[in-house]
Design a binder for this molecule. Structure first.
Ligand SMILES: *Cc1c(COP(=O)(O)O)cnc(C)c1O
Length: 415
């Protein structure tokens, strides 16, 4: 067998190797909701999981399958299911695998909407402990007899805490826990959770993988490392029909996607799929820009703190240097308390004031006034979020243009 191809080469040939009609280089956008069979046995076999095929596109169609194939290859995983959004992927994963009475250990630094949906699961009878995941010991201490899942993010938003990814992976392997890693902030180009024993990898495809802020999507990838045969919540029906390795991801496709209904549209799947082809190129530039900008801001007298894993001052700098390919494109910084943070943001001309992240464009948002506003001043103070904190998702602009934009806005704000 020939040597496996590199990250980008693999993506560029991925659709073609699935052999779409006429030698097309892209998988077409299949808009059909349903499929017809000349011999009804074909339909029966699809329903009984005996052959691969399509029946009704809530559970997938050839366009989403092609994207799932790409995500699986990017993550070095075994199989992927896509969803309409990252939140749909997270919700479906927990709904498909967890029951009332089960216990989850989750990061105390979760993305706000993920934290909020975890509260919904708690209201439905799931116990969840939120712990500081920068030390695996906190996860170990929180585990109970009924713990089924550990849920972490790679780099937290906005203060960039990095989970103790490898040690938590070892702990989950020892205790047979499903280890879910939300890889959105890093993307599979910067980090592959399969390398730290993750069972399932979540991506918001809306962010770096799609990359252009023009389509919503989400995915769950099974790395193939977890032994689903001994997972107590796999249904008897699936155990009788599906080979052991596919039990987890099939239950997510059926209970999470088919029953939950958060299906990715074929048009969005196509946009994300084309965007994904340049993931490595975009991230090389974005990470370079972020590193350069972080160093500039850290040295600036009107900036009191910069949170970026690529800086030697970051508490998990050594960890990300050993585990990640780059340090990512997300950072936060705090401007001097004498500066009006909103007026400073209004002086930026290249940087766009917007809440998305993982876009080609650099986007900035004041944290306390927006994404953490609902928490209130007291909770923000506890979490170390000052009113002058700004989150940046660094894009792929020419580096000098970005630096110059911050230089002029800081200079004007300081006088
Ligand atoms: C944005 C985001 C999500 C949710 O993704 P959507 O596609 O916006 O639903 C989940 N996790 C993290 C870490 C995110 O940044």
């Amino acid at each position: 067998m020939s040597k496996p191809k590199g990250f980008t080469t693999t993506l560029l040939h991925s659709d073609r190797l699935l052999k779409p009609e006429f030698g097309a280089l892209h998988q077409p956008i299949h808009t059909a909701v349903t499929w017809g069979y000349d011999d009804v046995q074909g339909l029966v076999d699809v329903f009984q999981n005996k052959t691969k095929g399509y029946a009704y596109s809530r559970q997938g169609n050839p366009t989403t399958t092609a994207l799932e194939h790409k995500v699986t290859q990017m993550e070095g995983g075994m199989a992927t299911v896509t969803f309409s959004t990252g939140m749909a992927a997270i919700t479906a994963t927990v709904l498909a695998l967890i029951k009332a009475g089960d216990h989850i250990v989750a990061s105390s630094y979760l993305f706000g909407n993920t934290r909020s949906v975890m509260q919904t699961f708690m209201d439905m009878g799931v116990a969840i402990s939120f712990v500081d995941v920068t030390d695996a010991k906190n996860v170990a201490d929180a585990c109970r007899d009924n713990t089924r899942m550990v849920f972490v993010e790679t780099i937290a938003n906005p203060a960039t805490q990095v989970a103790d990814l490898a040690n938590i992976g070892e702990l989950c392997a020892k205790k047979n826990l499903v280890y879910v890693v939300d890889n959105t902030m890093t993307s599979p180009y910067v980090f592959k959770p399969v390398s730290v024993n993750a069972s399932l990898v979540i991506n918001s495809l809306t962010k770096y993988i799609g990359g252009h802020g023009n389509a919503l999507g989400g995915s769950v990838t099974d790395t193939g490392l977890y032994n689903w045969e001994q997972f107590p919540n796999i249904t008897a029906v699936l155990r009788a029909q599906i080979k052991p390795a596919m039990l987890g991801i099939t239950q997510i496709r059926k209970r999470g996607l088919r029953d939950g209904g958060g299906t990715l549209s074929p048009e969005a799947a196509h946009s994300i799929s084309v965007g994904a082809e340049t993931l490595a190129l975009r991230l090389e530039r974005a990470c370079h820009n972020a590193q350069t900008l972080a160093a500039f801001l850290e040295a600036h007298p009107l900036v009191s703190k910069v949170y970026y894993p690529g800086l030697a001052s970051h508490p998990q700098h050594a960890l990300t240097s050993s585990l990640f390919h780059r340090h990512g494109g997300l950072m936060s910084f705090v401007v001097d308390s004498t500066i009006d943070c909103l007026a400073f943001l209004n002086r930026l001309q290249v940087v766009i004031k917007s809440s998305n992240l993982g876009d080609t464009r650099t986007l900035a948002i004041p944290v306390a006034q927006t994404i953490f506003f609902e928490l209130g001043a007291e909770r923000r103070a506890e979490m170390g979020i000052p009113d002058t904190m700004i989150r940046l998702s660094v894009g792929i602009e020419d580096t000098e243009d970005l630096i110059e934009d911050f230089r002029q806005a800081l200079e004007a704000s300081g006088s």
